[in-house]
Design a protein around this ligand. Sequence first.
Ligand code: NOJ
Length: 534
Amino acid sequence: MAAPHSSRTEDWWRDAVIYQVYPRSFADGDGDGTGDLAGVRARLPYLAELGVDAVWFTPWYLSPLVDGGYDVADYRTIDPTFGTLAEAEKLIAEARGLGVRVIVDIVPNHVSDQHAWFRAALDAGPGSAERELFHFRPGRGEHGELPPNDWPSQFSGRTWTRVEDGEWYLHLFTPEQPDLNWAHPAVRREHEEVLRFWFERGVAGVRIDSAALLAKDPALADFEEGVDPHPYIDQDELHDIYRSWRAIADEYGGVFVGEVWLPDSERFARYLRPDELHTAFNFNFLSCPWDPDRLRRTIDDTLAEHAPVGAPATWVLCNHDVTRTVTRYGRTDTGFDFATKTYGTPTDLGLGTRRARAAALLTLALPGSVYVYQGEELGLPEAEIPLDRIQDPMHARSGGTDPGRDGCRVPLPWSAEAPWYGFGATTEPWLPQPGDWAEYAVDRQDTDPDSMLALYREALLVRRTGAGFGDGPLSWLPAPDGVLAFTRTDGLVCVVNLAATPADLPPHGELLLASGALDADGRLPSDTAVWLRS
Ligand code: NOJ
């Protein structure tokens, strides 16, 4: 008899499968070429059937969409391109009715330059109270013509922009995303109210964008390589902010997942102390190459860094910022690094797909929660968008050298034969879809027992109903070189073969699921994974 799965309890987040929706590209309900909430509502049964516990929506608020919605003009309004607040409320309730919780995305580091606060700050001029909500400074140089400091941008390009009256303002991302001043009490108050606003509407959780960047060195001193602390990454003040957020979340039973990119595992784990964030994305795992030793080390490091604070790990293979999994795993360099993204890299999609199938079973068997980015369950590859159609600001800001992130943001294919693969658009979608995506369409995969979609549905079902998955211990089993084998509780065993030759399976009672066929001798082929019950 299977142990009750924590997805049905208040600890649901400790082992949940969370599906990431990029609303612009999920499904288009009104046919204008951009995905929307009507599209999502119509497809909620798809998500429920897939078997996910929650859906994380990237920002759906009022926004000029300069950075895909990560430039928020008003947190209490849904962007008209996506729908209305009333629709969002219905969506949250309907999803809950189907057993799917909703997680929203909050972007506290910056707002849009169209946000009322920033418009008022521009109008109010130097020295005003309105400007104190941001980082406005006079420039350096004889006439203030040089930026106030030399901070490197999170995107390429400058971090300061000069306004008409001669002052400069800080933006770690694009000039349309001015950074807020987190030393100001009004900034803290406003975000606490925004959290309440969404918890009151029934959301179960909040994803925190750029969570380690909010607090800045008050002196805004120049950046010096290797000098600790970094002037804007992982400042100690952040922990106080997240403690106050946690108190609010606890009132509503809400949970947080932080976007915390920090290589130092001890510093990373500080965000996950019991009175701070519940979880944070595991970017070390996301960037890890398809290599048995590297993967094993990353898994061990992840579990070791989470254990002292009692937080569950998260397992993420891709998201709306990085190269899609089947493409990454089909290349010579199977890791991920923003700095090395280019077009035209030779890719073996067959190989990448086999590996992505095996990686799905690996991640879903590890202790903790798992994120699935829309289209990952379809095995969608990264698309190469014609350069003149790219909208991601990373592309223009790099002077055209970085193709940006649009290749993983292409509207989903729902039906093979319909115009725009049934995305819903009556005009061309906001990003072009590749001409050979019919085979990836949901309706094709629906009826194919060997499809990626079938694998995900089956894996989520087995994980949800079987014992030994989710939170809990993991022990490595002896295995040949290049093979990862571990056991969980209740006799659950996961074996992943990353070696070049087939591997014998350990003795077992039942084969629960395999990412690909075993060979004629019952051995596990290369780049294939199985779940066994001993
Ligand atoms: C991280 C988000 O995932 C990314 O898409 C965005 O561009 C930056 N934060 C800035 O908000």
